[in-house]
Design a protein around this ligand. Structure first.
Ligand SMILES: *Cc1c(COP(=O)(O)O)cnc(C)c1O
Length: 362
């Protein structure tokens, strides 16, 4: 049988491992930070009607500029943004890949602050960009001083800031974003995949865009918007940035069906986001109850919680899986990550973990 080693693979891809969060059919899936509430049925009917309309002209290529979608996303984001500021692709992972294709590549570097989103080094590798793993402060926070020092020391072509950070859930102060921008001469990407779960009124990096043409704020419909299966991510930035991304995108990269579904969903954004409050409540409950059980959860502005104090993450992961509950071992010793699910799912997780061994003494 042919193995990878037999193929003339790029040398820099040899030995790399693909993204591989386990995909298992289980009653309680709390492992990849999806919104676990199904979308409202009335909205689903509207989306199906939009898809039925779009399919009648699917013999033609779709709008290469996805104009209606960019207008809808600009309206959704507010902050005085217009369609010229917006870019979209098949998930924010593809958006980030295009950013690296345009601004990274061989001989260039991207700095991130670990532990952070596991896709960043994978996207860097795929585009031949060197990944620089910067470090965080205590409790996975990231101060302006620490972040700016890393930028000054490593002078990266790009910086990826995850706000709030995955897998830790920790928020990122706007001060840190400003300090990184001021310290760098390159592209600064703020990945706000979980922005909708922040406390009401918390400022977004979108408010920093005016006058900062090297700042890019990426978002996704995969998490709060309950649209992970549709694959729609986007970013807001200076119109010159979106022009740069046109140089690397594949023509017609967003299918007519994707555009139709996303437009129909955006027309119902309030209903799509209706469960966000409830999810925030379950997240806060996870933090409170895991603390009472003796674990050490970190503060979270996202829809998941990272917690320490796990003696043997592998065995806890497996014991939960035996009960049909899938969470995430993110590879941090003595830690696990769990998504805030519906009330019933969150209860199932908390009851199951309470039955396991008590956590190690801190
Ligand atoms: C889930 C996630 C994304 C979203 O990826 P999509 O490709 O839009 O589904 C982006 N960034 C982070 C940090 C995430 O956790």
């Amino acid at each position: 049988m042919t193995s990878l080693d037999d193929l003339p693979l790029r040398p820099d891809l040899r030995g790399q491992t693909p993204y591989g969060a386990p995909q298992k059919i289980v009653p309680v899936a709390l492992n990849v930070n999806e919104n676990t509430h199904p979308i409202p049925e009335a909205v689903a009917h509207d989306i199906v009607a939009a898809l039925a309309q779009a399919i009648l002209t699917v013999n033609r290529y779709p709008d290469r500029e996805f104009t209606e979608l960019r207008e809808g996303l600009a309206r959704y984001l507010g902050h005085g943004l217009t369609a010229d500021n917006i870019w979209a692709a098949n998930g924010s992972n593809e958006v980030l890949q295009q950013v690296l294709q345009a601004f990274g590549g061989p001989g260039r570097t991207v700095l991130g602050f670990t532990p952070t989103y596991s896709m960043y080094p994978i996207l860097a590798a795929g585009t031949g960009t060197e990944w620089i793993p910067g470090q965080r402060d205590a409790d996975y926070e990231l101060s302006p001083q620490t972040a700016a020092e890393w930028v000054q020391r490593t002078n990266p072509d790009l910086v990826f800031l995850c706000a709030p950070n995955n897998p830790t859930g920790t928020p990122l102060p706007l001060d840190t974003i400003e300090a990184v921008y001021n310290a760098s001469t390159g592209i600064v990407v703020v990945d706000e995949a979980y922005a909708e779960f922040a406390p009401v009124g918390a400022p977004s990096a979108l408010s920093l865009l005016p006058g900062r043409p090297r700042l890019l704020v990426s978002r996704t419909m995969s998490k709060a918007f309950a649209f992970a299966g549709a694959r729609v991510g986007y970013l807001a930035a200076d119109p010159a940035v979106t022009d740069a991304l046109r140089l690397v995108r594949l023509p017609y990269h967003l299918s007519a069906l994707t555009q139709a579904a996303a437009n129909a969903a955006l027309a119902h954004s309030a209903e799509m986001l209706a469960m966000v409050d409830e999810i925030r409540g379950q997240r806060d409950r996870l933090v409170a109850e895991l603390t009472m059980l003796g674990y050490t959860p970190y503060r979270s502005w996202s829809n998941f919680v990272l917690f320490g104090g796990v003696t043997d993450p592998h065995s806890t992961f497996n014991a939960l899986l035996e009960e049909g509950i899938l969470i995430r071992d993110v590879g941090i010793p003595n830690h696990l990550r769990v998504t805030a699910g519906t009330e019933a799912e969150t209860t199932a997780f908390l009851e199951a973990i309470a039955r396991l061994d008590t956590p190690e003494a801190q």
